[in-house]
Design a protein around this ligand. Structure first.
Ligand SMILES: NC(=O)C1=CN([C@@H]2O[C@H](COP(=O)(O)OP(=O)(O)OC[C@H]3O[C@@H](n4cnc5c(N)ncnc54)[C@H](O)[C@@H]3O)[C@@H](O)[C@H]2O)C=CC1
Ligand SMILES: O=C([O-])CC(=O)C(=O)O
Length: 314
């Protein structure tokens, strides 16, 4: 049988979805189907056509189509869900829970039927709880339902460390554990620059400021934009996760996974380091944490649990 191209569906053709679609095509990770609601069918088709018309200039051969029909998503290898409302200044991500849980369920009912074998990446907020909602609606195995938070949070953290030291971002390593909220846990002890632990390079008060800026990094962008939330770095993060799966790269990245005993939590979706490859989440890495780190993670886990309970009750 001839080798065929991968098919990637992106649900939600707003800021994050459209940016993700373009980046996926630019990297030729597959042919992209961009889906939004029927009321926005023409704008969605228009965005997809506009992106496609960039392909001769940029030299990519992925196709991009816009639609409001799930017929065209049939058999997708990967589905990325960005559908939902975004927050505005003064709101928390958790304020979006009821509206976006309804949207997530309706999207997943379609995906379940049309793309039963897909790996599914969730972006919509509050993302830990939305990953739970998707998992419940899809009924897919846990390795195929994956939330995006930690790649973005870690990218922000590494950006701020690189800025602080005036070094290349390529030499900065670190990661962020926990829920995608203001009590996420950037792990200073596991952060380094060119292999040197950051506490050897940056004074403690500056590290604390970087940790705090990372925690509120989404809100910083929301306040600057005024009418929506971040989309370039979120899209880049989704594309890195998509590439890890589609190319079976076996990356070690933070992602939202269903925890069943790991880190002492049960039936909880939250950000942890995972092995991301051709079978989705192939492994969850459990790190030893200090008492202080575990207490911070417990606080974050409690916040996520509270929002998941709203989804369960809704
Ligand atoms: N997890 C993360 O790290 C991040 C999460 N987000 C979240 O991603 C979501 C999307 O953000 P943006 O793209 O900026 O918002 P946006 O408002 O630009 O786009 C959302 C799109 O979803 C569409 N949509 C709504 N209901 C739909 C349905 N039933 N089916 C298909 N499409 C539907 C809307 O028509 C709109 O085009 C928000 O919930 C936001 O909070 C954004 C950035 C980072
Ligand atoms: O802050 C928001 O609402 C969007 C988001 O999750 C982020 O940029 O981290």
């Amino acid at each position: 049988m001839a080798i065929t191209r991968r098919k990637i569906t992106v649900v939600g053709a707003g800021f994050t979805g459209a940016t993700t679609a373009l980046m996926l095509a630019q990297k030729e990770l597959g042919d992209v189907v961009l889906v939004d609601i029927p009321q926005l069918e023409n704008p969605t088709k228009g965005k997809a056509l506009d992106m496609l018309e960039a392909s001769p200039v940029q030299g990519f051969d992925s196709s991009i189509v816009g639609t409001s029909s799930y017929e065209e998503t049939e058999g997708s290898d990967l589905v990325i869900i960005t559908a939902g409302i975004a927050r505005k200044p003064g709101m928390s991500r958790d304020d979006l829970v009821n509206t976006n849980a309804g949207i997530m369920r309706s999207v997943c009912e379609n995906i379940k039927v049309k793309c039963p074998n897909a790996y599914v990446l969730i972006l919509s907020n509050p993302v830990d709880a939305m990953t739970y909602a998707a998992y419940e609606s899809l009924g897919f195995p846990k390795n195929r339902v994956i939330g995006q938070s930690g790649v973005l949070d870690t990218a922000r953290y590494c950006t701020f460390i690189a800025q602080e030291l005036n070094v290349s971002v390529e030499d900065v390593r670190g990661f962020v554990l926990g829920g995608h909220g203001d009590d996420m846990v950037p792990l200073v002890r596991y952060s380094s620059v060119g292999g040197i632990p950051i506490d050897k390079l940056i004074p403690q008060d500056r590290i604390e400021a970087i940790v705090q800026r990372t925690r509120t990094g989404g809100g910083e962008i929301v306040n600057l934009l005024g009418n929506g939330s971040a989309y370039y770095a979120p899209a880049a993060s989704l594309v890195q996760m998509a590439e890890a799966i589609l190319k079976d790269k076996k990356r070690v990245l933070p992602a939202i996974a269903l925890l069943e005993g790991e880190y002492g939590y049960d039936e909880l979706f939250m950000g942890v380091p995972v092995l991301l490859g051709g079978d989705g989440i192939e492994k969850v890495f459990e790190l030893e944490l200090t008492a202080e780190e575990k207490a911070a993670l417990d606080k974050s886990a409690q916040s996520v649990t509270n929002v998941i309970n709203i989804v369960k009750g809704g």
